[in-house]
Design a protein around this ligand. Structure first.
Ligand code: ADP
Ligand code: ADP
Ligand code: MG
Length: 480
């Protein structure tokens, strides 16, 4: 593998290229018009414009990307996450054109990309599943029967769902018809597939997922868990590894279940098996993401592995050089997704120009970003600016380092999730590990964040005043 095209943008394109470079592989960037001056373009050995700003005119144009890759004699394509990363047709086309797709076979992507097909595949492997149905709903009457059998509240989910989209909670039977209609129309417009199904709504769950690696020689290992329960809109904002609640026995059980999920679809590459864990510590299979995950850096910190390097080696046909028994968790890592969002206003996207952009630096601080000062956060794509990751010998060390890194991170021009991240890190529920996916609903409010910010401003003002008075004293000394 001599030349790789990275079919993505932003922090993940840059992150993948860094490993490729380290391994002596040439890199090709792709970009839309607005991304012409983006860091991932500057970093790559070659770069090609693949179209206009909207993703369906650029980063989702699989055929154009493959055509360009052929012209440039590219050996492999890395899809990153999002965009074409879970598009089975794209993976298939890449392979048909004799280019290596850095990811699993299209068959596995297809199976796991459809949450219903995934449930079907893992059925024979004795993996605990969220109570619910394993086929698409067709009419309200049958939906009502099923909902009553499972018991309210229930969750209507899109079979093709992703990124936290296409989910509707139904509290009672009166809401069922209208919520089902909405779910179907949302699923149709977001994923081009209106299939929905029902799951029991687990009321107080934690989202805990297992990272797996599988090679082409039937070896599958897991790289432990990531806790991703701090979410807004069913999408993760703060992640950590390891989880503060898993016992070694439970870690082993979930790890084995994840390996079985991978085996059920002949998985090859890096992948993530997501589970929900309820308040009785029972766990249930949720879905498998057949790609590199946004939050993979926390796993890299605690295992010392480079997951992109592992992906590339697997894609080259190499055997895994590690066995399960070689792996140990070392320390604790925490990640904050820094989104251009207003955490004081329902986490609505807040795009614009990064007038000031100064990043925190230091030992055990890792910042994966794809922007620099003066750049615009485009409205066309996911508004994530960066991922701030900290590491410590203990959980509390990683948390404290995160707080100071957030304080050293200066972004002006757009609102971000940085203040929210600090709120989480300082909150008793998070610090003691007693939280679930409803952290935002249960503990977070704009008033609370505002109160914190005000208190800090007052403290800062007092410190400022003290410094001023002391300086006055010093200035006065010569006069006395
Ligand atoms: P992860 O599962 O890696 O934690 P997310 O769920 O936040 O991350 O998804 C990663 C990116 O992929 C986001 O930009 C999200 O909007 C996008 N994404 C995920 N699944 C889909 C999908 N099925 N269709 C479109 N975009 C998706
Ligand atoms: P996506 O493909 O969008 O990532 P997931 O099935 O992974 O969808 O679910 C995303 C999030 O939605 C979970 O992390 C969890 O917070 C919530 N969720 C999903 N299914 C359930 C459920 N049955 N009960 C409670 N919460 C759920
Ligand atoms: Mg998911």
């Amino acid at each position: 593998m001599k030349k790789m095209l990275i079919a993505n943008r932003g922090e993940i394109a840059l992150r993948v290229m860094k490993t490729a470079k380290k391994m002596g592989i040439q890199t090709v960037a792709i970009y839309s018009d607005i991304d012409r001056n983006a860091p991932h373009v500057a970093f790559a050995d070659e770069a090609i414009n693949i179209g206009k700003n909207p993703s369906n005119k650029s980063y989702l144009q699989g055929n154009i990307i493959i055509e360009q890759a052929k012209l440039l004699h590219v050996d492999a394509i890395h899809p990153g996450y999002g965009f074409l990363s879970e598009n089975a047709k794209f993976a298939e086309e890449v392979e048909k054109n004799n280019i290596i797709f850095i990811g699993p076979k299209s068959k596995s992507i297809r199976m796991m990309g459809d949450k219903l097909a995934a449930k079907e595949a893992v059925k024979n492997y004795d993996i605990p599943m969220v109570p619910g149905i394993d086929r698409a709903l067709t009419n309200i009457e049958s939906a009502l029967d099923i909902a009553q059998e499972i018991g309210f509240p229930i969750l209507i989910k899109a079979a093709a769902g992703g990124g936290g989209k296409g989910m509707r909670i139904v509290e009672n039977k009166d809401e069922l018809a209208s919520q089902m209609e909405r779910a179907i129309s949302e699923a149709t417009s977001a994923f081009g597939d209106g299939s929905v199904f029902i799951e029991k709504y687990i009321t107080s769950p934690r989202h805990i997922e297992i990272q797996i690696l599988a090679d082409n020689h039937s070896n599958v290992i897991h790289l432990f868990e990531r806790e991703c329960s701090i979410q807004r809109r069913h999408q993760k904002v703060v992640e950590e590894a390891p989880s503060s609640i898993l016992s070694p026995e439970m870690r082993k059980k979930m790890g084995e279940a994840a390996i079985n999920v991978a085996r059920s679809c002949d998985y090859v590459g890096a992948g993530t098996v997501e589970f929900l864990v309820d308040d009785k510590m029972d766990f249930y299979f949720l879905e498998m993401n057949t790609r590199l995950q946004v939050e993979h850096p926390v796993t890299e910190f605690i295992t010392g592995l480079d997951l992109v390097e592992q992906q590339i080696k697997i894609a080259r046909g190499e055997k895994l050089s590690l066995q399960q028994s070689d792996l140990k968790i070392k320390g604790h890592a925490l990640e904050l997704r820094v989104y251009a969002e207003d955490s004081m206003n329902d986490f609505l996207p807040n795009v614009g120009e990064l007038h000031v952009y100064k990043i925190p630096k230091g030992k055990n601080i890792r910042l994966d970003d794809g922007y620099s000062e003066g750049m615009e956060i485009p409205i066309y794509y996911d508004p994530m600016i960066s991922k701030l990751v900290t590491y410590g010998k203990t959980r509390i060390e990683a948390i404290q380092l995160m707080i100071s890194a957030i304080e050293d991170y200066r972004i002006e021009g757009v609102k971000t999730t940085l203040p929210f991240g600090k709120f989480v890190c300082e909150h008793e529920a998070f610090r003691t590990g007693k939280f679930d996916t409803h952290f935002v609903k249960n503990y977070y409010s704009t008033e609370k964040l505002e109160a914190e910010t005000k208190k800090e401003a007052e403290v800062a003002a007092l410190i400022g005043l003290k410094v001023y008075l002391e300086e006055q004293k010093i200035l006065k000394i010569p006069n006395n």
